[in-house]
Structures are given as structure tokens and as C-alpha cells.
Write a protein that binds this ligand. Structure first.
Ligand code: FAD
Length: 295
């Protein structure tokens, strides 16, 4: 019943491709109740949604089969760069014998795309032909502006899905509902190794709570086991683009900045004025975080 930001960004990419090629767009929605998704799709300018409702659990094999059936004739299939999108896209790609294009950051024209590789150090331009399966780098494209359009719902069959498929879902372990999802947050406060240990992370959590922000972390902190992996920002974590990103005790390694440098306003707190994070920051505070944070 909810459309994540990355999916809206994928719609923006589909619209750019459609504008450049004159092709039509349709959306695919798979969920328990898809009414609100159809409503939003219309407002985003999509006229048709192929929908499978009554599905309460995520299952990549089942989702990929539904998408293959619904989009068999599509020239281009665009997936959000979420964990699910990146899991399903390769399965659909193999089943449709299509050309994969992962992590795109720009549509040059309907068959030429830019990708970011090696932690944002290199942008490669790729010209591709045939049926294309695209995943979109999260937090790069704007979400579509909403109008007053409506979308038609075309119910799609899920009968082709074999209930005894190879993978079975055993259990879903939901993360705490009190935390704000990083990729959806307007404000993020992230902590790095400078925080000294998990016992000091309350400084990050308290500031985040005060600001209504999500909590993020550098990989050094996650690798040390101080914070869970779902809080990691960067090349091997999440790509985020909030209105405000506050980096505390984070040096600004290229792999971290690959995941947050498109944030609107970046603030850093670091005791080393030479730290690379200052180069991408709009506001930089040189100081000891243990003195600055409580204030
Ligand atoms: P450090 O580099 O150790 O920086 C700590 C900072 O805290 C320093 O700048 C220091 O001056 C400051 N500091 C210390 N004490 C204080 C204090 N009291 N007050 C204020 N400031 C203080 N990293 C990621 O973050 N995300 C990724 O997705 C990621 N992916 C990677 C993928 C690959 C293939 C590789 C090789 C690396 C990846 N890394 C990633 C790791 C990255 O290279 C860095 O090692 C990591 O980001 C460093 O984390 P940090 O900034 O917290 O720690």
C-alpha cells in the first residue's frame, strides 16, 4: 500500500525514456492492496497499472514470474535500485533473455545510459540494444511531480506461479517500527569511527530524535559491529539523498561519499580539519564531537 521513493524515481526514468522514444509506459504493482498505488500511479502520469493484489509476502521468484508475464512485451523494464529491485531484476533479465543495465545515473537517450562505477570515480556511458532491464541508482533522479491523472487497473493473473517454487519464505523479521527508513528520510544523522564505540552512539541517536531524523553509520562502524548493516550509508550500503545529512566523526572516504554526496545540505563535525568530508560539506564544524554533540 505504500510506494517507496526509489520506485517513484524509477517512474521518472521510465518517463524520460518514454519521452525520448515515443513509447508508452505501464506500471506493475504487486501487493496486498494496490488501490492507493494505482491512485498514485495516475497522479504520476502512468495511465495503466498491471496489478496483482492479495499478495502479502515478498517472494523474489514469485515476483519475478509475475513481472515476466506482465512485461513480456515491454522493450524496457525499469526497476528501483532497492534491495528487492536488485534481487528481482536479474531473475527477470535471465527469463526474458534481456540486456542488463545496472545502477544507471543518467538517461542520455532511449538506448544510451550513464552508470556510476568504482565508487563514483568513473562514469561510463553504455549504448545498449534489445530488450533492456534497468536498475536505477537510488537518490539520483527526482520523483515525478504529481498531477490529477488517473490510472486504469488491469488485473494480472498470478496462476502461473507455482506454490512449490524452489525457495520458501520461512519468516520475516521486521526492523523496529520506531526507526525512520534511511532512504525515505528528510534528515539523516550518521556516526563514524570517531564516535569511539557503540556506548557513545546515543549521542547520534539523541540528535536524530531531536531532529526527527534517521540514524546512519559508516562502514567502519558497521564492520566493527557497533551498528546494524541496514544503517550503512555508501557504496556497499544505502544510497541516500536527504535534505540534510549530518556526518559526525566520519572521515569522508570515497566509498562513503558515493552514497550521500547528492544530499541537499551536508553538515560535518570532525576534529581533523583536513578530513575529506569537509570538501563536500556545506557547513563544517572543526571540533571534538564529545564537546560539540551535547551542545
Ligand atoms: P575513519 O576513516 O577512521 O574516520 C573517523 C573520523 O573521525 C576521522 O576523520 C577523525 O578525524 C574523526 N574523529 C575521531 N575522533 C573524533 C572526535 N572525538 N571528534 C570529532 N571527530 C573525530 N565506507 C562506508 O562508510 N560506506 C560504504 O558503503 C563503504 N563501502 C566500501 C566498499 C569497499 C569496496 C571498500 C574498500 C571500502 C568501503 N568503505 C565504505 C570503507 C571506507 O573506505 C572507509 O574505511 C570508511 O568509510 C571509514 O569510516 P569512518 O569515516 O567512520 O572512519
Amino acid at each position: 500500500g505504500k510506494v517507496v521513493k526509489a520506485a517513484k524515481e524509477a517512474v521518472s526514468v521510465a518517463k524520460i525514456i518514454a519521452d525520448q522514444t515515443g513509447k508508452e509506459i505501464f506500471g506493475i504493482a504487486i501487493d496486498d492492496n494496490i488501490d492507493s498505488v494505482v491512485d498514485l500511479a495516475g497522479k504520476m502520469g502512468i495511465s495503466t497499472i498491471k496489478g496483482a493484489s492479495g499478495i502479502t509476502l515478498y517472494h523474489p521468484t514469485m515476483f519475478s514470474r509475475i513481472i515476466v508475464n506482465a512485461a513480456r512485451d515491454a522493450d524496457v523494464i525499469v526497476f528501483p535500485g532497492t534491495v528487492w529491485g536488485r534481487e528481482i531484476a536479474p531473475q527477470v533479465c535471465v527469463k526474458l533473455d534481456a540486456t542488463p543495465l545496472s545502477d544507471i545515473i543518467e538517461v542520455v537517450d532511449g538506448s544510451t545510459f550513464k552508470r556510476s562505477i568504482h565508487g563514483n570515480k568513473i562514469h561510463s556511458t553504455i549504448n545498449a540494444s534489445g530488450k533492456l532491464i534497468i536498475t536505477v541508482r537510488a537518490a539520483v533522479f527526482d520523483v515525478p511531480e504529481l498531477g490529477d491523472g488517473t490510472a486504469n487497473l488491469e488485473n494480472i493473473s498470478t496462476e502461473t506461479v507455482d506454490g512449490d517454487s524452489v525457495m520458501k519464505l520461512a519468516e520475516i523479521l521486521a526492523s523496529s517500527s520506531e526507526t525512520i527508513e534511511l532512504t525515505e528520510a528528510d534528515i539523516i544523522v550518521s556516526g563514524g569511527r570517531g564516535i569511539g564505540g557503540p556506548e557513545n552512539f546515543h549521542l547520534i541517536e539523541e540528535l536524530a530524535k531531536e531532529l526527527g531524523a534517521a540514524v546512519g553509520a559508516s562502514r567502519a562502524v558497521v564492520d566493527a559491529g557497533w551498528r546494524p548493516h541496514n544503517e550503512q550509508v555508501g557504496q556497499t550500503g544505502k544510497f541516500v539523498s536527504p535534505k540534510i545529512y549530518i556526518a559526525v566523526g566520519i572521515s569522508g572516504a570515497i566509498q562513503h561519499m558515493a552514497g550521500m554526496s547528492t544530499s541537499d545540505t551536508i553538515v560535518c563535525i570532525n576534529k581533523d580539519e583536513e578530513a575529506p568530508i569537509f570538501k563536500v560539506s556545506d557547513y563544517g564544524l572543526v571540533g571534538d564531537l564529545f564537546e560539540v554533540m551535547p551542545k
